[in-house]
Write a protein that binds this ligand. Structure first.
Ligand code: SF4
Ligand code: MSK
Length: 628
């Protein structure tokens, strides 16, 4: 296949061509190299859980050596994917919680949103009267850390859900206990000789995913807002055109804001700016990729260099002095690509060491000092840039980002709610939904996947939804696709139906709202929960859906599963590896509807998927209008 047809991003197409000329291999070459993928893997029917395997299920061999059938094998593989995703999000959250425990008035990490901390402290029963804000923060951090391993009880966040939803979770036994316990239980139950029942394996997957969505991710997002500030609308630009020829270009890639927040500060350090001048650069130009990019654009308006599929291509510009990474979604291939240019590929986390990278450990205890050292390395590398190898493609789009729940509600209050005393509630949003000017809300989230044309599913679906008056909120690399293609620009209201265009005009928002990184999907779950509580209905009664058009990571599997467990129908543009078990497919796409009021829908054609979603939202509205 022509590599340039594998993405709809024009910058990427230019750089794929340049990579070819430079003799540099990228994911797009490797995709062509993999003529066809393993059918057993695609269907989830390969088991290598024990040393007797791998066992592959086919009509001739319908059971593995131990007798496990396709349902058991698919179910176990699915549960392990959920556990992997939950572990990644939650371990990220654990580090944020440890950082909150370290916070101090004169240290690297401070409290930026005292109001949010006090609200959470009160909710968790922490004494707040006449106490130092940092003492409160440390007690809150301890409670958060206990969520990972507490021996008794269930997630501290469950009580925030509507009562009727809490009852469902209790009845079907999916209230998550401690986060680490749920992950360990999956690893145990899927060991050879344990669970061999598909219903039980899916139930286990639901409970584990709940430890992600209603525990780990909530800790990650709330604690990050407390320490780094709750995002508010800000202007930025997106796509590789944000790189600057005359400056030291640093790209931050990965996930945890503990590192990126310090790099943002260090990039403004007068000493390093002077050094950049000494090196012949006009300054330091910071930009972000993947979810670290989302974290720093949401809070500081730092420009978005690109998404998951552009990480190698960013280096192919020949204009990047350093790609600084921490954890998750980092291609090991970056080491090879960086070698072809002058770029320093700097790894910083003991959890993600990569052969061929420059390892500069970042520790929260020495955060600013470490960040300065790393930025200095990038600045000193400017002199090694080879002008003849530089090509910065020109495309970039303006975007307004920073829509935390607090930001959305205060924006709506200003316009729709101006006569009402009580501000900061979901009432204005509900009024828009009730009146039907907005037909529904869709969270279009997640990664890029080489199984589809990069960005095509995201952009096709988002455009179709806003055209049909469905407000889109987005996180992760989906948000970056929206930003790159101008859907987070307020001018995109011209692409909307009349109702949504009017709301965008009045409220002064773009039709696709950037809500943050992967862990920030907890913000989306929170807002649906608040709407349901306000109306005294269940979350599955709200015309809201989740969509992962190009998902690829285990984290995305965990997210999709907890979104469904929360009663929100979820639509996938890439089939998960479960199709080898009819029973698994039936439960995930239908059976769960009876249990949790929501299920998955899978369709790899983005136009068809968009049509199904719009139709389903309208059906949901019929029900919604009857009960409110
Ligand atoms: Fe084969 Fe069973 Fe071992 Fe899986 S657990 S590899 S099916 S023998
Ligand atoms: S970075 S998990 S590719 S959204 Fe969160 Fe993007 Fe998916 Fe990684």
């Amino acid at each position: 296949m022509d590599k340039k047809l594998m993405t709809i991003d024009l910058n990427s197409q230019i750089l794929i061509e340049k990579a070819e000329k430079d003799g540099v291999e990228t994911m797009y070459d490797r995709k062509n190299g993999f003529k066809s993928q393993c059918g057993f893997g695609l269907q989830g029917t390969c088991c290598r859980i024990c040393g007797m395997g791998p066992c592959r299920i086919s009509p001739k061999t319908p059971r593995g050596l131990c007798g496990a059938d396709e349902h058991t094998i698919v179910g176990r593989n699915f549960a392990r994917m959920v556990a992997g995703g939950t572990a990644a999000h939650s371990d990220h959250a654990r580090d944020i919680a440890h950082t909150l425990a370290l916070s101090s008035r004169d240290g690297n990490y401070k409290i930026r949103d005292e109001k949010k901390l006090i609200e959470l402290a009160i909710d968790w029963g922490v004494e707040t009267e006449c106490r130092d804000i940092y003492d409160i923060a440390h007690e809150v951090a301890e409670i958060g850390l206990m969520e990972f391993g507490k021996p008794h009880g269930v997630s501290i966040f469950l009580k925030n859900a509507p009562k009727v939803r809490q009852e469902i979770w209790k009845t079907i036994g999916i209230e998550p206990r401690a986060i680490d316990r749920e992950i360990a239980t999956v690893m145990h139950s899927t060991h050879i000789g344990c669970s061999a029942d598909i219903d039980s394996l899916i139930n286990l997957s639901l409970r584990t995913s709940m430890a992600d969505g209603w525990q780990g991710s909530m800790i990650g997002t709330r604690f990050s807002d407390i320490m780094f500030g709750t995002p508010m609308p800000t202007q930025t630009e997106a796509n590789l055109g944000v790189l600057e020829e005359n400056k030291v270009n640093i790209i931050l890639h990965g996930h945890e804001p503990t590192l990126s927040e310090m790099i943002v500060l260090a990039a403004d350090d007068p000493e390093l700016l002077a050094l950049a001048k000494e090196m012949g650069a006009e300054g330091i130009n910071l930009s972000g990729m993947c979810c670290t990019g989302n974290e720093i654009t949401m809070r500081h308006g730092v420009k978005i260099a690109g998404d998951f599929h552009q990480q190698e291509l960013a280096l192919v510009t020949g204009a990047v002095e350093a790609m600084i990474v921490d954890v998750q979604c980092i291609f090991p291939a970056l080491a090879y690509v960086a070698d072809c240019y002058h770029t320093k590929f700097i790894t910083t986390s003991p959890k993600a060491k990569i052969t061929g990278s420059t390892y500069m450990q970042f520790s929260e205890e020495n955060a600013y000092k470490d960040a300065k050292k790393i930025v200095k390395e990038a600045v000193l590398n400017f002199k090694n840039r080879k002008p003849e190898k530089v090509l910065i493609p020109e495309f970039k789009s303006p975007a307004t980002v920073g829509y935390s729940i607090d930001a959305i509600l205060s924006q709506l209050d200003r316009v729709v709610n101006f006569n009402v005393d009580k501000t900061g509630t979901v009432k204005p949003l509900i009024d828009c939904l009730k009146s039907g000017v907005i037909r529904g809300v869709a969270a279009v989230v997640g990664c890029n996947n080489a199984k589809s044309v990069t960005n095509k599913n995201h952009v096709t679906i988002m455009k179709e939804l806003i055209k049909n008056d469905i407000l889109v909120v987005s996180t992760g690399c989906g948000a970056q696709a929206a930003a790159k293609f101008g859907l987070m620009d307020k001018g995109a209201k011209k692409l909307c139906g009349k109702g949504l265009a009017t709301v965008c005009e009045l409220v002064d928002i773009p039709p696709v709202l950037h809500m943050g990184s992967c862990v920030d999907i907890s913000r989306i779950v929170d807002i649906v929960s608040e709407c349901a509580k306000y109306l005294d209905v269940d979350m599955c009664d709200i015309p809201a859906v989740g969509i992962a058009p190009e998902w690829m990571s285990e984290k995305a599997v965990a997210i999709g599963t907890y979104v469904v467990a929360s009663g929100i129908d979820t639509y996938l543009g890439i089939a998960p590896p479960v199709t080898g078990s009819k029973k698994a497919v039936e439960i995930l796409t239908n059976g769960l509807k009876k249990e949790v009021g929501a299920a998955f829908t899978i369709n790899e054609n983005p136009d068809e998927l968009a049509a199904i979603i719009i139709d389903d939202i309208e059906k949901k509205r019929d029900h919604f209008e009857k009960i409110i």
